[in-house]
Design a protein around this ligand. Structure first.
Ligand code: CP
Ligand code: NVA
Length: 300
């Protein structure tokens, strides 16, 4: 494992290994056991889009590991004025020990990895959000004890979260069902991968997808960069909401996950969000623990 660009780059065993390390680091942090695995190391964090969780969890995570993080706004870097990614990658490789990047195109992240000589971590692109999905898997395992054999259901847009959950869930032996409105299906590469599995279903029916699910997940209807489509999306996604009546079709002890930020009343009802806040905010916390495992694995 040299980079974390997308879930497809990880094997099922590598995912489990990361989750085990994340559990251990969480335990150590909760019990005041120091774990300075990255003493003297610096992570650069390039942000071309907004962030609360990713920025803070990476920065604090690096600090807890004995290293430091640099916030680099895309607007302030020369990359924002057209300096090629391949040059930026070669320059930053000489100062930093790793780069986390949040941007639009997946290709930009792949280019950084190809041209640079340090580990690259995808902190969200339009295509993938692997750090979030590692945290989700960690949280599901924390609440349910296992991953293998559980049914994960994703309701909503076939976006970066859907793409990464499908690949991550299937690689961990989960049954994965996805319901999107017509025309908002996950990426073709992801569907082609998922088609190899009998335990994958893709439908337009939210009640069909959620039937007997152990985990019910959703994400915003309009992702960052799609704001100009928000009005159309509000029409097209009508009904794609996790509410109490939909959850009646899931297992009675189903947990709910949302990567946040949430638009309550759109993809998730406010009362469902509050009823499942324990799982949702544990998921947010686990971003930091899961990412620390990634950082130690790649930069340690
Ligand atoms: N879930 C997530 O990535 O949150 P931020 O956009 O706040 O980083
Ligand atoms: N799909 C959302 C996830 C935000 C964490 C987006 O890309 O905006």
């Amino acid at each position: 494992m040299n980079h974390l660009l997308k879930m497809a780059d990880l094997s099922g065993d590598e995912i489990i290994e990361l989750l085990n390390l994340a559990d251990q680091l969480k335990y150590e942090q909760k019990h005041g056991i120091k774990h300075p695995h990255l003493e003297g190391k610096t992570l650069g964090m390039i942000f071309q889009k907004a962030s609360t969780r990713t920025r803070v969890s990476f920065e604090v995570g690096m600090y807890q590991l004995g290293g430091q993080a640099l916030f680099l706004s895309g607007n302030d870097l020369q990359i924002g004025r057209g300096e090629p990614v391949e040059d930026t990658a070669r320059v930053l490789s000489r100062y930093l020990d790793g780069i986390m990047i949040r941007t639009f195109k997946q290709q930009e992240v792949e280019d950084l990895a190809n041209y640079g000589s340090i580990p690259i971590i995808n902190g969200l692109t339009d295509y993938a959000h692997p750090c979030q999905v590692l945290a989700d898997l960690m949280t599901i395992r924390e609440f349910k004890g296992v991953l293998k054999g559980l049914k994960m259901c994703y309701i909503g847009d076939g976006n970066n979260m859907a793409n990464s959950l499908i690949v991550g869930g299937l690689k961990c032996g989960m049954h994965v069902s996805v319901a999107t409105p017509k025309g908002y299906e996950p990426a073709v590469t992801v569907i082609d991968f998922a088609k190899q599995f009998d335990c994958f279903t893709l439908t337009n029916s939210i009640t069909e997808a959620v039937k007997d699910a152990d985990v019910v997940i959703t994400d915003v209807w309009t992702s960052m960069g799609q704001e100009h489509e928000a009005a159309k999306r509000r029409q097209d996604f009508k009904g794609f909401i996790i509410d109490q009546s939909l959850l009646k079709h899931a297992k009675p002890d189903a947990i709910v996950q949302h990567c946040l930020p949430a638009h309550k009343g759109e993809e998730i009802a406010a009362d469902v969000f509050e009823a499942h806040a324990a799982e949702i905010f544990e998921e947010a916390e686990n971003r930091m623990h899961a990412q620390k495992a990634v950082l130690v694995k790649l930069m340690g």
